[in-house]
Design a protein around this ligand. Sequence first.
Ligand SMILES: [Zn+2]
Length: 86
Amino acid sequence: MSGNGSGIKACALCGKAFFGTSEDMACSDCEARYRRLRDQVREYLWHQPGQVAPIMQISADLGVPMKVMRALMKDPRFKGKGLEEN
Ligand SMILES: [Zn+2]
């Protein structure tokens, strides 16, 4: 690995600084929970017309914090697919 995209990042859930690649959105303590939320959002979108929904609506319906929704928009493994800014 070239280490490209690696660096100090802020965890999407607890805000703690951690070292990770561009694909890591949460620290090791929160990673499992983050992954569950990501799956929940993916599943939610699956049931939406056109598989698109505003992040505010998803946050309200699923109780996913907005900062996690914003992390999902930047998550290379999720690619913000189906997420609308409002
Ligand atoms: Zn964390």
